[in-house]
Ligand binder design. Sequence first.
Ligand code: CU
Length: 153
Amino acid sequence: MNFGLLHHTETAFPDAIEKGLAFLRNNDLNNLENGRHDIDGDRLFANVMTLTTLPASEKQGELHHDYIDIQFLISGEERIDVCLAESGCRPATDYDAENDFALLETMPGASSLLLSPGMFAIFYPHQPHKPGCAVTSPSEVKKVVVKVHKDLL
Ligand code: CU
């Protein structure tokens, strides 16, 4: 997992992740339409969405096998919980290979990331994460999830 500010990152990420970050830097995100935006076909694309956050207790965690998530907040405030892959999460669903996710019922020992606009968090395959949680009370956020296929790393 990485946690950072889009415009102040000193870290050099692998090229595919840098491409995803460049998409975020080079687009007028406030005016980007919700939905999918291809960067490199099915291997690298961005999902732009508007959603209402919910208390973490009402959300399920998720993990992916094939794609890295770059979760980026455009507006609002968002909490994303994260825990170790080894922490023994109880699955809520079997892994859905077509859509590349499994939902998690529990995330033992989770920590919370608090995102303000301009912050991103990167989750690698098999790292449990629970996005879309409210920081204080439910509110609307606009965000982007850039999906990077692991074969690009
Ligand atoms: Cu995810």
